[in-house]
Design a protein around this ligand. Structure first.
Ligand SMILES: NC(=O)c1ccc[n+]([C@@H]2O[C@H](COP(=O)([O-])OP(=O)(O)OC[C@H]3O[C@@H](n4cnc5c(N)ncnc54)[C@H](O)[C@@H]3O)[C@@H](O)[C@H]2O)c1
Length: 262
């Protein structure tokens, strides 16, 4: 059941109503669930994705608008952020969720995969956050930045075993990019905290999304022995973008059933 279907109190006023958010990677999976949750909370959401069907997704979930953007193209990404904020008149929330996950061995690691995963999972989060803060959130004196990392960024790569017995552990580039996103978040948090802006990370464990669909995770080894659902990640994001979380800054919130405790 999606959050929208489960929402029990649609009539309650929300402190988020009328705020403006951008969610990257929103065409499907976790990003779609985050966008759907923020829409349900009364936020005006613009969905970014490299996939052209992001416009279809946006219409389905009631997002205000959609933009076909390759987040690894920093110039296009920053221009799309400025355009969205200018049209909406403000920008309160940025969720960097677009991601790619190579699963190659160390020996098989290619420069192409390294550069793709670093560009999509780390570089884009840095420059999207820069464009959101300067000038929009800085001038407003308010903002919420959330970077979607992964437990792979804490534990050096985790992953499923595929039907042919091959290991599907997320690759070195993915683990490095997701670990980098956690420390990037802390760096930004130190910079923006005095301006009414927070920056936090959510680190999901194995979540039943298209990215994880082809693997067979050893869920029995997880204290909550099942895959997580995209809407459970969205619930963590909803907390971190709420005005009430103003004193939560630079943290990494795991949504992993207790898979990686440290
Ligand atoms: N599914 C999991 O088990 C899991 C676990 C931990 C972290 N995550 C992270 O959560 C985020 C969402 O993952 P998901 O499982 O929904 O993956 P997914 O593959 O189902 O969806 C990713 C979305 O990002 C978009 N995207 C990819 N490259 C892009 C680019 N260059 N520009 C714009 N959009 C791009 C894709 O088109 C897709 O819509 C990712 O950052 C991923 O690393 C996922």
């Amino acid at each position: 059941m999606s959050y929208t279907e489960a929402a029990a109190h649609p009539g309650l006023p929300s402190p988020l109503r009328g705020q403006v958010a951008i969610v990257t990677g929103a065409a499907r999976g976790i990003g779609r669930a985050i966008a759907e949750r923020l829409v349900a909370d009364g936020i005006r959401v613009t969905a970014f994705d490299i996939a052209t069907d992001v416009e279809h997704t946006a219409a389905e979930i009631g997002a205000s608008s959609a933009s076909v953007v390759d987040v690894s193209d920093v110039g296009a990404l920053q221009a799309a952020i400025h355009r969205t904020a200018t049209v909406a008149g403000r920008l309160d929330i940025l969720v960097n969720c677009a991601g790619t996950c190579g699963r190659e061995s160390f020996e098989g690691l290619s420069l192409d995969v390294w550069q793709r995963d670093l560009a999509t999972n780390l570089t884009a989060s840095a420059f999207a956050s820069q464009a959101a803060v300067f000038p929009h959130m800085r001038e407003q004196g308010y903002g919420r930045l959330v970077n979607i990392s992964s437990v792979s960024g804490l534990a050096g790569g985790i992953g499923p075993v595929f039907a042919d017995g091959a290991g599907g552990r997320s690759g070195a580039a993915y683990a490095a990019s997701k670990g980098g996103a956690i420390n990037l978040t802390k760096w930004i948090a130190r910079q923006v905290g005095a301006w009414g802006i927070t920056c936090n990370t959510v680190a999901p464990g194995p979540i039943a999304s298209p990215m994880a669909a082809s693997g067979d995770y050893d869920v029995a080894a997880i204290p909550v022995p099942r895959m997580g659902e995209p809407h459970e990640v969205a619930a963590a994001v909803a907390y971190l973008v709420d005005p009430s979380s103003a004193y939560v800054n630079g943290t990494c919130l795991r949504v992993d059933g207790g898979m990686v405790m440290s």
